[in-house]
Design a protein around this ligand. Structure first.
Ligand code: DC
Length: 225
């Protein structure tokens, strides 16, 4: 069986539920899991810690040269390491969300991460989630999904997550909604691998579905194919 038969890609905008669903699908079928958004977030963290001007290509190159990203998946959680430091929680702030979308427009950053993603993904038996998994990184994957939901519903989910982390005083619902809308725009309109469904992706609107309902749809679709 070619490796591409053993890769499930799940793409979609922020808050579409792809992270939760991808993890559940991986658990159900005993696949590994890769969150590529966490990789962009980790580069964003490195850039912010070094106070780099992201318009300066050579400064970005120097960050990439000094950056080692490792991921560890243990059947429930994915931990991500920046130069051997666990940054799994540190990368989940609205500031890093915005910066990760900003640096994701940069060609050298994408090239650096796509290489790593392919090295991990092409081992097979993996669910990969992000923005360009089905369109660019794994174009030959047999099972491709694109999750979407209204911006309001996605902001509601993000706001709830922030509240659970006691971060709600710093960001209002309106701020989260605006952040999601501007990130959507930037991720969809950028030149390099913009966010859109792959031609052969199954599109699922998750607005009024629970994560388990989405998982059932995905599993049914992969069994039928
Ligand atoms: O999925 P996320 O919200 O953690 O992703 C953070 C940012 O990273 C997102 O706004 C755009 C970028 N990204 C990307 O460009 N390509 C991917 N495959 C994954 C994420």
């Amino acid at each position: 069986m070619p490796e591409s038969d053993k890769i499930i890609t799940i793409d979609g905008p922020a808050g579409s539920g792809k992270g939760t669903v991808a993890k559940l699908v991986a658990q159900k079928i005993g696949y590994s899991y890769l969150d590529t958004g966490a990789m962009y977030r980790t580069i964003a963290l490195a850039v912010s810690e070094k106070h780099i001007n992201i318009e300066n290509e050579s400064e970005i190159e120097s960050v990439l040269n000094e950056t080692e990203i490792k991921t560890e998946y243990n059947n429930t959680n994915l931990n991500i390491f920046l130069n051997n430091n666990d940054v799994t929680d540190k990368i989940r702030t609205p500031e890093i969300s915005k910066l990760s979308s900003d640096i994701a427009r940069i060609k050298s950053v994408r090239k650096f991460l796509v290489k790593l993603q392919r090295e991990i993904g092409l081992k097979g038996n993996i669910v990969v989630e992000g923005r360009d998994m089905g369109t660019y990184v794994f174009p030959n994957a047999k099972h491709k999904f694109y999750l979407d939901a209204t911006a309001e519903e996605r902001a509601k989910r993000r706001y709830k997550q922030l509240k659970e982390k006691n971060n709600e005083e710093v960001h209002t619902f309106e701020e989260v909604l605006n952040e999601i809308k501007s990130r959507d725009k930037q991720d969809m309109e950028r030149k390099e691998s913009p966010l859109h469904p792959a031609l052969n992706a199954v599109i699922i609107d998750t607005t009024s579905l629970t994560p388990s309902e989405v998982v059932v749809k995905i599993l049914k679709s992969t069994e039928a194919a």
